[in-house]
Write a protein that binds this ligand. Structure first.
Ligand code: IVH
Length: 709
C-alpha cells in the first residue's frame, strides 16, 4: 500500500513530528524491535531490559496512532514471529463460516433470482438488486477487530471452528492492525487470503532453488503460507486479502446493503475487490459473468467464478440459510476452459525417484486467456486409453490447477493411420532400462515406468546421493542434504564414488572447498575425516546405500547374510538377469525375499551403467562382513532348510537363530543346501534332500549342534 505523501505537506504542530520524520523513526524503531524480538523469542537471549523494550514498543505504537498510514506499512517489528508453536490453537466462530450453493448456467442464474423473489413475495415489477463480484480462489479467513484493533484471525476450518493464524495474518502488510475511522466496537471481517500469479511464480522459483516444496497452484501456495507454524516464514511470503463478508458485529452496522458494507470495509482501510458491481437482474448478472470471464487471465490472481449476493441486508435476513449455505447468495462457477490444438510431440521427463512422466508438447494455444504449450499426460496407460498419437488434434482443458490436461483426441481430424505412441523403455536421461514393476498384491504392472539407472541417472542423482550418505546407509557426517545439493550443483559430487575422491580432487583445485561460504578450514577437515572413516562399511549398509528398488534395510541384511560378501551377490545378481536362471532362483529362495525383490535386484545389476559405477565405488570403499553374523559357528556359511513341524520353537525363531549364527536359510532344497532340519510331517523336501545326499537332521540334533555357540 502506498503512502499518501500529500499529508507530509500539511504543517505539523511543533511538538508533532512531520510524517516524513515519523516514517524514518518508524522504520528505525521497527528494525530495532525486530532485532530484539529475534534475540528474545528465537535465540532465548534478550538484548535489552524489558523496560527498555516496552519503551521502544510504546513509542512505535504512538507513532502509528499519530500517523495511521504508518500502521499499514510493512515493518519487521510485525514480521518476526515467535518460535514455532507445536500446532495452531483452535478458535470457535461466533457466527459460523458457511459455504455457497452453485449455479452453472444462465438458466440457473435466472432461477436463483426467481427463487429470491418468490421467497420474499415480490411482484414481477419489483426489482431485486444483486451484487456480483469475483469468486477468489484462495482460502477464507475471519479477522476480528475490537475497538478497531486486530485481536485475532482464524481460518475457516470446518466452518464452526478454525485455526488461530493471528501471528501470520499480522505479517500481511495490506491487512491493517488498526482500522481507520469509526469502526464498530466488534467487527469480524471475512474474506479471502490469496497469492498473485507473479508472486506465485517467483515463490516457486525460489522454493525450487532452495530445494523446498514447489506448489501446484497459487491457492495451495497461499494456504501453505498462511498455515505456517513459524510466522517468520509467512512474513516472507507475499499474501493478499480481499474483504467480502462479515461475522459478528456489535455497536451498529456500518451500512444496510451488501455494497455499502464492502464500501465501509474499504473506508476502514481493508482491501476490497474493485470489480464488485450492482446488478439489476439476471441479465446484468450474466453480462458481469461473461465480461469477468474475458478478463480473467489479466486479473493477476486466480478466480473460479462469480459470487452473487442479494444487496439489501434486510432481505438477506429474511432469506436466511438453508442447510449450510445462505439463500441470499450463490456461486456461479466458470466452466473448465477448453481449446483445440495439435500435439506436436511427447516429451518424457524423469523425476527425482526415477519415474518417467510423459508431457504433451502442444502447438501453443490460448486457453482462457493463458497460452498453453505443455499438458500433462499422466502415464503411459492414459496415453493408450485415450489413444493419443503424435500429430493428433486434441482438446486441452485448464481446470483448477495450473497444469492443463488433454481431454480427448479429435479422431475425425486424424489423417491416415499414424503409429500408436510407443512409450520408451529406456530412460531418456541416462539410457538405462525403464521398467514397470509388478505390484506384489495385485500382480498387475505399476502405472509408472521407472528408470533403473539409480546410481548414474542425473535426474535421480541428488536423491540417490542423499540416500547413500544417510544415517542407516554410509552415515557420512557433515554430508547432509544441503551439502550434497551444494556439491552436486558445483559439479563436485555427481555419483557416490565422487564423494571419496573429493579430497584428492580438492588438493588439485585452485578454488578450495574451505574457501566456499559456510565451510572454512575446520569443517572441511572434519568432512574429509568423516568420509575417510567410511571407506570400510558393513556389507548390509553398503547394499542398502545403493538405493536398489525394494532393498530396504531388512532386505539388504538378508542379501548380506546370504552372500557374505559383495562379490558373491554381484556375480549372482548379474546372472539373475534371466528370470529362468538358477541365479534368479537362488535370490528368490532367500528367506523373506520373493519374486519382486529378486527381479529388482537383477534389474539393478544387469544395468551396465550401474556396474561401472560400482567398479568405481569399490575402488574407494570396502564392504566388510556384517557385524552381527557369527563366522565361527559350526553352521556359519552353511545353507539350511527347515521342513516339517518344529516342536521346540517356531519356524521364524529357528530361522532368526540360524541366521544369527551365520547360516543362510533357504526356502527350498537345492544343490547348495547343506543341512535339512526335518520335523514330523516332512514331505517332499525330505525325499529331495535324501536323494541329493544332503545331510538331514532332527530338530534336537540341530539344537545339539548349535548348543554352546
Ligand atoms: S461469500 C456466507 N464472496 O467461496 C457466504 N465467498 O464456495 C460467504 N469465496 O468459503 C462467502 N470469493 O472461501 C464469498 N467474493 C466472495 C468469495 C467467496 C471466494 C469463497 C469462500 C467461501 C467459498 C464458498
Amino acid at each position: 500500500m502506498s503512502l499518501d505523501m500529500s499529508a507530509a505537506k500539511t504543517p505539523a504542530s511543533p511538538e508533532k513530528a512531520s510524517l516524513k520524520d515519523a516514517r524514518a523513526e518508524h522504520a528505525r524503531l521497527g528494525a530495532e524491535i525486530a532485532k530484539h524480538d529475534i534475540a528474545y523469542h528465537q535465540n532465548d537471549a534478550p538484548t535489552v531490559s524489558d523496560a527498555d523494550y516496552d519503551a521502544l514498543r510504546r513509542r512505535f505504537d504512538a507513532l502509528e496512532k499519530e500517523f495511521p498510514a504508518l500502521a499499514d506499512l510493512p515493518s519487521p517489528a510485525r514480521g518476526v514471529g515467535s518460535a514455532p508453536a507445536q500446532k495452531f490453537a483452535k478458535i470457535r466462530h461466533v457466527v459460523p463460516m458457511l459455504s455457497l450453493g452453485n449455479v452453472f448456467d444462465a438458466d440457473e442464474v435466472q432461477e436463483f433470482v426467481e427463487r429470491v423473489r418468490r421467497f420474499l413475495g415480490l411482484g414481477a415489477e419489483a426489482s431485486v438488486d444483486i451484487t456480483a463480484e469475483p469468486k477468489i480462489d484462495g482460502l477464507s479467513c475471519s479477522i476480528r477487530y475490537e475497538k478497531g484493533e486486530l485481536v485475532h484471525a482464524v481460518t475457516r476450518g470446518d466452518g464452526f471452528e478454525g485455526e488461530d493464524v493471528t501471528a501470520n495474518v499480522k505479517t500481511i502488510s495490506e491487512i491493517p492492525r488498526k482500522l481507520h475511522g469509526d469502526a464498530p466496537a466488534v467487527l469480524e471481517v471475512r474474506g479471502e487470503v490469496y497469492m498473485t500469479h507473479a508472486d506465485f511464480t517467483a515463490l516457486n522459483k525460489r522454493q525450487e532453488a532452495e530445494g523446498g516444496k514447489v506448489f501446484a497452484n497459487p491457492r495451495n501456495a497461499a494456504a501453505g503460507s498462511l498455515r505456517q507454524l513459524d510466522s517468520s516464514i509467512t512474513a516472507k511470503r507475499p499474501l493478499h486479502f480481499f474483504a467480502y463478508a462479515w461475522g459478528e458485529i456489535t455497536g451498529g452496522m456500518p451500512a444496510s446493503t451488501q455494497r455499502g458494507m464492502v464500501e465501509a470495509f474499504a473506508k476502514f482501510g481493508l482491501p476490497t475487490n474493485p470489480r464488485m458491481t450492482l446488478c439489476r437482474g439476471a441479465g446484468d448478472m450474466i453480462a458481469f459473468f461473461d465480461k469477468l470471464g474475458e478478463d480473467r487471465a489479466r486479473l493477476g490472481y486466480d478466480i473460479d467464478g462469480v459470487v452473487y449476493k442479494v444487496n439489501d441486508l434486510a432481505y438477506q435476513d429474511r432469506l436466511g440459510f438453508v442447510s449450510r449455505a445462505p439463500r441470499w447468495a450463490v456461486a456461479h462457477k466458470f466452466p473448465a476452459e477448453q481449446a483445440t490444438t495439435l500435439l506436436l510431440g511427447i516429451e518424457i521427463q524423469v523425476g527425482r525417484t526415477g519415474a518417467l512422466t510423459p508431457v504433451a508438447k502442444l502447438e501453443p494455444v490460448t486457453v482462457g486467456g493463458v497460452v498453453v504449450s505443455n499438458a500433462t499426460l499422466h502415464n503411459e496407460d492414459e496415453i493408450a486409453r485415450k489413444d493419443i498419437r503424435v500429430g493428433d488434434a486434441v482438446v486441452v482443458q485448464r481446470a483448477g490447477d495450473v497444469i492443463p490436461q488433454i481431454v480427448r483426441v479429435i479422431v475425425e481430424k486424424r489423417e491416415g493411420d499414424p503409429p500408436k505412441y510407443a512409450f520408451p523403455d529406456v530412460c531418456p536421461k541416462c539410457g538405462s532400462a525403464a521398467i514397470r514393476e509388478i505390484d506384489e498384491k495385485t500382480g498387475e504392472a505399476d502405472v509408472v515406468r521407472r528408470c533403473t539407472g539409480g546410481l548414474i541417472c542425473p535426474a535421480q542423482a541428488v536423491e540417490r546421493l542423499r540416500h547413500f550418505c544417510s544415517r542407516n546407509a554410509l552415515d557420512i557426517e557433515g554430508l547432509g542434504d544441503k551439502q550434497i545439493e551444494f556439491f552436486h550443483e558445483k559439479g563436485l559430487i555427481k555419483t557416490p564414488a565422487d564423494i571419496f575422491t573429493l579430497e584428492a580432487r580438492d588438493k588439485e583445485r585452485v578454488a578450495k572447498i574451505e574457501n566456499f561460504e559456510g565451510f572454512g578450514k575446520v569443517s572441511t577437515r572434519n568432512l574429509f575425516a568423516a568420509i575417510e572413516a567410511r571407506r570400510e562399511v558393513e556389507l548390509n549398509r553398503f547394499i542398502f546405500a545403493l538405493g536398489i528398488r525394494r532393498i530396504g534395510e531388512t532386505n539388504a541384511r538378508r542379501l548380506a547374510r546370504h552372500f557374505g560378501e559383495f562379490a558373491a551377490l554381484r556375480a549372482c545378481a548379474r546372472a539373475a538377469g534371466d528370470p529362468a536362471s538358477e541365479a534368479r532362483a537362488e535370490i528368490n529362495n532367500i528367506s523373506g525375499v520373493g519374486d519382486v525383490v529378486a527381479e529388482a535386484v537383477a534389474d539393478f545389476f544387469v544395468e551396465d551403467h550401474n556396474e561401472r559405477e560400482l567398479d568405481r565405488l569399490l575402488e574407494q570403499v570396502t564392504p566388510t562382513p556384517m557385524e552381527s553374523v557369527a563366522t565361527d559357528s559350526p553352521v556359519a556359511g552353511k545353507t539350511v532348510v527347515f521342513t516339517g513341524a518344529l516342536e521346540r520353537m517356531t519356524r521364524e525363531e529357528a530361522k532368526a537363530q540360524a541366521e544369527r549364527l551365520g547360516a543362510k536359510v533357504a526356502g527350498s532344497v537345492s544343490k547348495k543346501t547343506d543341512i535339512l532340519v526335518a520335523g514330523p510331517g516332512a514331505g517332499s523336501k525330505l525325499t529331495k534332500a535324501q536323494d541329493a545326499g544332503v545331510r538331514v537332521m532332527s530338530e534336537d540334533e540341530w539344537l545339539a549342534m548349535i548348543a554352546g555357540t
